[in-house]
Design a protein around this ligand. Structure first.
Ligand SMILES: C[S@@+](CC[C@H](N)C(=O)[O-])C[C@H]1O[C@@H](n2cnc3c(N)ncnc32)[C@H](O)[C@@H]1O
Length: 285
């Protein structure tokens, strides 16, 4: 894997961000307020092997990617400018597309937790669990949840092998994760989603619009994103269908993003009757 040496961000945007868009003092204060090493030590799961595809790459020009305090400290300050026209509107598309009344929600690649917080606010009676491979991102997410007084569980795990039991979530979400995972891992994550969902459960994926990325390849040169090209060349609808999901639909979100939804379709008993799983009557789509 070769690293992109000079991204558009490095050549043109970094000085704009550094001089005009990022409040350095606020970020420094945030960085100092939290004991990142102690916090991350609480989350680190002994025995969890961090995969090579994750730790061998730089993401967003941050050396060492997400296994790094800087990535967690700067993430929110930068991402707000990368989800046009408005971060909250883009994220709200995912929340608004949820059709079930979830009892247990899993957010994969939770990052600093913005989507997980919105999920908990939208479904206050549900349990929300967030998974991430970076203990530093989990520290940032936990801090945000505590500040907002929202009860969310944080787990240090791989999205492709979470270790949760079968059928224990009725909604699984992932935002801005799949353009950062190699295609074989993305397909494993979708299989894991299928395993974890109750029958009738929903999966919702918010990420870069694959067609738009193919039409405007310069978008892929904005940041150091080692796996974005194979992501753009693929078709998430096909991958979700191959993982077993039914009623898979995708639509653009403000042109540069897309929201893809699938359902773990009803399973039928040997006599052709719909089955009940975890007390939820599965619905046919
Ligand atoms: C671009 S950030 C997205 C964060 C958040 N979902 C959001 O919408 O802002 C991608 C996140 O996925 C995490 N991640 C990447 N690969 C992962 C994997 N295989 N398992 C768990 N987390 C992963 C990264 O550590 C990072 O926090």
């Amino acid at each position: 894997m070769t690293f992109q040496q000079e991204t558009i961000f490095e050549r043109f945007l970094a000085p704009i961000f550094e001089n005009f868009l990022i409040d350095r003092e606020a970020l420094l204060a945030y960085s100092r307020r939290i004991d990142w090493e102690a916090g991350s030590a609480r989350f680190r799961r002994p025995g969890l092997v961090i995969p090579a595809y994750y730790q061998s790459q730089n993401f967003h020009n941050v050396k060492g990617g997400y296994l790094n305090v800087d990535a967690a400290v700067t993430y929110d300050a930068i991402i707000q400018y990368l989800l046009p026209p408005n971060e909250t509107w883009v994220r709200q598309e995912l929340i608004g597309a949820i059709q079930c009344k979830p009892r247990r929600i899993l957010d994969l690649g939770i990052g600093t937790g913005t989507n997980a917080l919105m999920l908990k606010q939208a479904f206050p009676d549900s349990e929300v669990v967030g998974v991430d491979l970076s203990p530093y991102m989990l520290v940032a997410a936990e801090d945000k949840a505590q500040t907002a007084d929202l009860d969310i569980e944080f787990v240090h795990a791989k999205a492709e092998a979470t270790g949760f039991p079968d059928h224990c979530f009725d909604l699984i979400t992932a935002s801005l994760l799949f353009h950062e995972t190699p295609p074989d891992i993305t397909q494993q994550i979708l299989q894991e989603c299928y395993r974890l969902l109750t029958v009738g459960g929903e999966v919702l994926i918010l990420d870069g619009n694959q067609e738009a990325l193919r039409q405007m390849p310069w978008l892929m040169d904005l940041f150091e994103e080692p796996y974005i090209r194979p992501y753009a060349e693929a078709d998430l609808v096909e991958w979700m269908s191959a993982a077993g999901f039914g009623a898979v639909r995708t639509h653009p979100v403000w042109l540069v993003n897309q929201l893809t939804r699938g359902v773990k379709s009803i399973s039928h008993s040997a006599f052709g009757f719909p089955s009940r799983v975890d007390g939820i009557m599965a619905v046919s789509y």
